[in-house]
Design a protein around this ligand. Sequence first.
Ligand SMILES: Cc1cc2nc3c(=O)[nH]c(=O)nc-3n(C[C@H](O)[C@H](O)[C@H](O)COP(=O)(O)OP(=O)(O)OC[C@H]3O[C@@H](n4cnc5c(N)ncnc54)[C@H](O)[C@@H]3O)c2cc1C
Length: 263
Amino acid sequence: MPRSTIVTTSWPTGTGSDLAGITTTARRDGDSYVINGSKVFISNGQNADLIVTAVRTGPDRHGGLSLIVVEADRPGFSRGRNLEKIGLHAQDTSELFFQDVRVPAANLLGEEGSGFQALMRNLPQERISIAANAVASIEAVLERTVEYVKERKAFGRTVGSFQNTRFQLADMVTTARVGRSYLDDLLARHSRGELSAADAAAAKFWATEQYVDIVGRCLQLHGAYGYMLEYRIAHDYLDSRITTIYGGTTEIMKEIVARDLGL
Ligand SMILES: Cc1cc2nc3c(=O)[nH]c(=O)nc-3n(C[C@H](O)[C@H](O)[C@H](O)COP(=O)(O)OP(=O)(O)OC[C@H]3O[C@@H](n4cnc5c(N)ncnc54)[C@H](O)[C@@H]3O)c2cc1C
């Protein structure tokens, strides 16, 4: 059965958070582009058969970037191993290699040199979806934790009856409600085409930082069971950790928000 996964690969091996530092090149040769380089940490890289690849087509840091679609059966394209992660085991993450991969010039997405603009235009949508995932995950983790502390007993009473547990959960549930309203407002703005890059960056870092913090506190309320992989909260702990890193780190998101303040 043909596969149809599409992945977007902007992450350059070696250059990290600096998107404009992409070093994978695409050289125009007649009616083709010839691509050389590699990408690391690519979600679904093992399964993808269409790869949207950010490449350097010129020397200008921003204006020299383009997006080209590479079909995975092109000679010279290869996949590295499925990288071993601490969490998110349901999803594969790979390194991809391009060695003299020749694709038709028609595989260029948009104009040559418009890749950076295209990424900037579309990354807010990815970031708001990561924020939405974080808010929904916070709600689910809290629901399960409330159930757990109602059942678990210590000192002859439920863990949920201790003042610390009650205050922690009251605090976290309030954060979840604030997060839900904030997200709903941003999603409405996104639907109207009014979501700015800074709005999406703020939502991404705030929601994912809250998620990581809340999962850690909920794990604490589970005691030793929270450290056991047979308990869902242990997986939440491992899976949540990446959310402040992928899609742009918290620090880079704060840079975007600060730049929008004119700083
Ligand atoms: C599971 C997973 C899936 C991924 N999927 C994809 C994918 O599908 N496609 C894709 O293109 N990429 C993907 N990535 C890559 C991901 O987006 C990057 O790992 C992430 O953006 C951070 O880049 P880096 O790892 O190179 O960190 P680095 O750039 O090496 O940063 C290291 C630290 O330095 C900080 N730092 C860097 N620059 C600055 C600065 N200017 N100011 C302050 N602090 C700074 C960072 O915030 C971070 O704390 C994935 C990564 C993972 C782990």
